[in-house]
Design a protein. Sequence first.
Length: 68
Amino acid sequence: MPKIKTKSSAKKRFRMTASGRVRGSFAFKQHNLRKRSKKMKRQNRGTRMLGKADSRIIKSYMPYNRSN
C-alpha cells in the first residue's frame, strides 16, 4: 500500500495533544482587529481545543500522527 499524504495546511495549523485531542488557534484574529471588541481579542488569545466533529476531520488530514 502506498503512503497517504498529510495535508500541509493541517500540519501547519493544528497540533495533537498527548490525549489525542486537536489544538488550534482562534479565528478572526489575523487582521482588521480595530473593529473587534477588546473582550473578543482578550478571550481569543492562545489556542483552543477543537470540537468533536472538527477533530475527526483534522485527524483524517493527518493520518500518521501518533495520537490518532
